[in-house]
Design a protein around this ligand. Structure first.
Ligand code: NDP
Length: 513
């Protein structure tokens, strides 16, 4: 069987459709094609053709297209926010954060691309390459497949397409089947901004469509579960194409005895409940040093009771919205029940709310330990277990007692001590007196250790991954023959050894290059 035949067999039947519901009401709000593998292959072919011209444009011209996209996004922000809230069920304020992020991404990557893509000179004192002019240059990978999750339909999906486009790639975006409507709006943006046809395309569909993307593109940027991330990495490995994976997390927050407690509580609530706790970077467990545990908990409980949750409408309508992904409700219930069965107490919330729509009450758990699922497995909901620890060393041991390593945070007044402790976290992202805010700094790499992922987004590394590196060495003054050329001449090698003695020999440290 050829590769194409196997793709066709794996895909949905031609013409199949997927209904999209509003998690806050249960009403169907849209319907999108369930794209077959054949159609994905055709989209990737179109992207491949378009990419050649796109890569050939000056970075300033590409920046102009991105600027048009930014203006379109801001001009249509109410419509985009409506769409995000409608298909994801999040608070409108959380939808606005996605729009602000993408406006910034358009601007940031358009500006930085030129410098990051510039050729870099390389020097060498090796006697074998004397006189050569050497440099590295960055070449776009070709077609980048971005596979996005449902928790941030704009930020995690389209947000990753922007740097890939700025680097000269075409992008085929596969949004989650749960939230594909926002991505389709961005396809409309590309049309209305006269982006070259085929440079940015959206293929809607479920897992089989995602697999078809991995089967055909040149690079995969995936955000989602660790389980699916492994499958993507395995298939990318078979095809020998690179991938970047941003996967699950079980992010911890440590409150030190010298923490400003008001700040600690505000950071905790925001970190745990923004986006309904449905973020890879949500604070999912808190460790508090014993001397401030009672005072912190009293304040936290008080604030938890003030959090509003329910169906999102305009600004200020609700703090915590709906549960986007239906199976996630069962995970939340399971983690709370498991904790209570093993001795935890529920200080706030604890249950799914009655429909219509899918909601889980903001939930505060205490008397928890690491035998409980809520401390070890990703919950991905508005639930927060808080644990008292004897001291910072115990907190550190528990933070690192996890298969995940995406982000960890620490709150404390002594910055030197907080930094020393934070640098011992086994996590790709560390924040001090903050949680999650680092994501908004596009110059700061963001990625997970352990089972939280491979590679990073943001920063120079998160941009250059969308390029291949070409190393060029040019002999500007070619001589008839070099010192090291057949037929070998002994005198040349005696000279070479004397040279080596001078450069790397006894008594000298040796040249680094
Ligand atoms: P998945 O990892 O299953 O899906 C993420 C994306 O990959 C979706 O677009 C999905 O399509 C697609 N996909 C599914 N299977 C494949 C495949 N074999 N090859 C390529 N793409 C594929 O996440 P879910 O949306 O199902 O959420 C499950 C769990 O993931 C959550 O409970 C949560 O713990 C975690 N999660 C983590 C996120 C993060 O930011 N790191 C974000 C969202 C979820 P489709 O959705 O259409 O099936």
């Amino acid at each position: 069987m050829t590769q194409n035949q196997s793709l066709v067999a794996a895909g949905p039947p031609a013409g199949a459709r997927i209904a999209v519901d509003d998690p806050a009401t249960g009403a169907v709000v849209g319907e999108v094609p369930d794209t077959s593998a054949e159609e994905v292959a055709r989209a990737v072919e179109r992207a491949r053709r378009a990419q050649r011209g796109w890569a050939g444009l000056d970075t300033r011209v590409r920046a102009g297209f991105l600027a048009r996209g930014r203006r379109w996004l801001l001009a249509h922000r109410e419509e985009v926010a409506d769409r995000i809230v409608e298909e994801n069920g999040k608070a409108r304020e959380d939808a606005i954060v996605e729009i602000v992020y993408c406006a910034a991404a358009f601007s940031y990557w358009a500006k930085r691309a030129r410098g990051l893509l510039a050729p870099a000179k390389v020097r060498s004192l090796s006697p074998f390459v004397l006189g050569r002019s050497m440099y590295t240059r960055r070449v776009p990978r070709g077609v980048v497949g971005v596979i996005g999750p449902w928790n941030n339909p704009l930020l995690n999906s389209f947000g990753d397409a922007v740097p890939a486009l700025a680097a000269g790639n075409a992008v085929v975006l596969k949004p989650s089947e749960q939230t594909p409507l926002t991505a389709l709006l961005m396809e409309r943006m590309a049309r209305e901004c006269d982006w070259p046809e085929g440079v940015f395309q959206v293929v809607t569909g479920a897992g089989a469509t995602g697999r078809a993307v991995v089967d055909t593109v040149d690079f995969v940027m995936f955000t989602g579960s660790t389980r699916t991330g492994r499958q993507v990495a395995a298939r990318a490995g078979e095809r020998l194409i690179p991938c970047s994976l941003e996967l699950g997390g079980k992010d911890a927050l440590v409150v030190l005895a010298d923490a400003a407690l008001e700040r600690a509580v505000n950071v905790t609530i925001q970190g745990a409940l923004s986006n309904g706790g449905q973020m890879c970077t949500s604070v999912e467990r808190v460790y508090v040093e014993a001397p401030v545990y009672d005072a912190y908990l009293t304040l936290l409980r008080e604030r938890f009771q003030q959090v509003t949750s329910g169906r999102p409408a305009g600004l200020g309508s609700v703090d915590v919205g709906a549960v986007t992904f239906p199976p996630q409700l069962a995970v939340m219930e399971d983690h709370v029940e498991d904790a209570v069965r093993k001795g935890a107490r529920v200080l706030a919330g604890g249950r799914a709310s009655a429909g219509p729509g899918r909601f889980f009450e903001p939930t505060l758990l205490v008397d928890v330990d690491h035998t409980m699922k809520c401390m070890r497995e990703e919950t991905f909901g508005p639930t927060l277990p808080v644990m008292k620890v004897a001291d910072a060393e115990e907190a550190l041991r528990l933070v690192n007692d996890s298969r995940y390593g995406l982000q960890a945070s620490i709150i404390g007044s002594d910055m030197k001590r907080a930094r020393r402790l934070a640098e011992r976290f086994e996590a790709g992202c560390v924040t001090i007196n903050d949680a999650q805010t680092n994501y908004m700094a596009l110059g700061l790499p963001m990625g997970g250790w352990k089972e939280s992922g491979l590679g990073v987004r943001h920063g120079a590394e998160g941009f250059l991954k969308y390029t291949r590196l070409q190393a060029v060495s040019a002999n500007r003054f070619p001589m008839r023959r070099d010192m090291h050329m057949i037929p070998y001449e002994p005198s040349a090698y005696r000279f070479l050894l004397r040279l080596v003695d001078v450069m790397y020999g006894r008594g000298l440290r040796g040249r680094a290059d």
